[in-house]
Design a protein around this ligand. Structure first.
Ligand SMILES: [Zn+2]
Length: 115
């Protein structure tokens, strides 16, 4: 339904792996179940101590993965990631590439101070 609606509006929906998206630190890459103390809503990186709501961590990781797919697509003309294909080797390669993604505040423009 989402894919269909996107096409109607001249856009495209793409699928992104959600594996470990709420366990992977977008700042240093450390991925562990322990980054979710007590399996709670708070993400606390056990390597760099980065702290954020786990849902925001998940959203950032999905954003980074989507941007990686877009980058591949722009440079090759081919959508490189096809999560529909259940090939464990391809999945391992994707997760390896995801592990190298980092969130940088430099890429997020800050709003000017008001008043
Ligand atoms: Zn970290």
């Amino acid at each position: 339904m989402i894919a269909y609606k996107a096409l109607l509006h001249g856009s495209m929906a793409i699928k992104v792996d959600a594996h470990y998206s709420s366990q992977a630190c977008p700042m240093c890459g450390h991925t562990s179940k322990d980054n979710r103390p007590g399996k709670g809503l708070l993400f606390v990186c056990q390597n760099c101590q980065y702290i954020l709501h786990a849902d925001v961590i998940g959203a950032r990781n999905v954003t980074l993965r989507t941007l990686l797919m877009r980058q591949d697509w722009m440079s090759t003309g081919v959508l490189s990631v096809r999560p529909d294909v259940s090939d464990s080797e391809a999945k391992a390669a994707r997760l390896q590439r995801y592990a190298e993604l980092r969130w940088s505040p430099d890429t997020s423009p800050r709003l000017p101070d008001v008043g």
